[in-house]
Ligand binder design. Structure first.
Ligand code: MG
Length: 307
């Protein structure tokens, strides 16, 4: 930190100077107006004292401005220290992938109690085994029972090592950051096998589907676990349903930034243009994509609400 030295003359010079100027002006005016004053030969003084005062004023400004500038640069470190409110203590996980103490665990390896069918709102019936959650394509999308606004989300997914298919029909799934209805209504962060699998770039893994391609492609080979870490800022709506503020998303894919505070144009759609549709709080949804490739798996899903 830079050391700031105090200069007391800066604090003293200005009041003295101002007092001096006031006195000089007062005296000059009195002298000017006094019959038989000190300058008897001068015309009734319209000239010398106003000029003198002007000169004094200029001098004062020339002295005072640096003094004030010097004064502002002489702030102490303590003047910009903030001590309250003290941030709440959160105990981090054993690793950065593990849920911190204030996280809501949405899938911890044992059950899918936090999830329901997005279509029927009945208990989810994906496959829980070996601490992981595998998509049940016959049961459709699942979504959280709890609804969220802004949050930090962590999840991990794995494309099966024996994955088949190509393009969008190869390990397709998705994380709907806000589910606004059954089916694929909402805001989808795409999940796909994007390791040497060519498709439209705004539909590959790490994309905001058909709105924003990932900045880079850090996809791992099928058979390896991959991570998404997401910061989601939900859109806000006015009472009449019009958009008040758009949604933003930041995504790290396998620790690499792929979406940098991207401003969404609305819900992600497969056909047509994105649009905003008013909602309040929304579940997070996982996609059971109907393509014939082998189902993918998830694990270690947790969320930290930020609102
Ligand atoms: Mg998808």
């Amino acid at each position: 930190m830079r050391e700031e030295k105090q200069n007391p003359t800066a604090f003293v010079a200005c009041p003295i100077l101002v007092t001096f100027l006031a006195a000089a002006g007062y005296q000059a005016r009195a002298e000017r107006d006094r019959p038989g004053g000190q300058f008897p030969g001068w015309p009734v003084p319209r000239y010398p004292f106003p000029v003198m005062r002007t000169h004094l004023l200029v001098a004062a400004l020339l002295l005072a401005v640096p003094a004030f500038a010097q004064q502002s640069s002489k702030m102490t470190p303590e003047q910009t220290e903030v001590w309250k409110p003290v941030p709440e203590i959160v105990r981090p996980g054993a690793t950065d992938a593990d849920p911190p103490s204030d996280a809501i665990v949405l899938f911890g390896g044992k059950n899918e109690d936090a999830w329901v069918s997005a279509q029927t709102h009945q208990p989810a019936r994906w496959f829980v085994h070996d601490g992981i959650l595998t998509v049940n394509k016959r049961d459709g999308n699942i979504e959280t029972k709890e609804r969220f606004e802004d949050y930090q989300l962590h999840l991990e997914f794995k494309i099966p090592s024996d994955i088949t298919g190509s393009g969008q029909a190869r390990g397709n799934s998705g994380v709907f950051l806000a589910s606004t209805g059954p089916g694929d209504d909402g805001y989808e962060l795409q999940v796909l096998d994007s390791y040497k699998n060519t498709t439209y770039v705004n539909g590959q893994a790490g994309s905001i589907y058909k709105q924003s391609p990932p900045l880079v492609n850090p996809a791992r080979k099928p058979g390896q676990w991959q991570t998404y870490n997401v910061v989601w800022t939900a859109p806000r709506f006015n009472p009449d349903g019009s958009l008040k503020s758009p949604a933003y998303v930041t995504v790290f894919f396998n620790g690499v930034l792929v979406q940098n505070h991207f401003q969404l144009n609305g819900q992600t759609v497969n056909i047509g243009k994105p649009f905003y549709k008013a909602y309040d709080r929304a579940p997070i949804k996982l996609q059971a994509h109907p393509d014939p490739s082998q189902p993918i798996s998830f694990r270690n899903i947790w969320v930290r609400p930020l609102d």
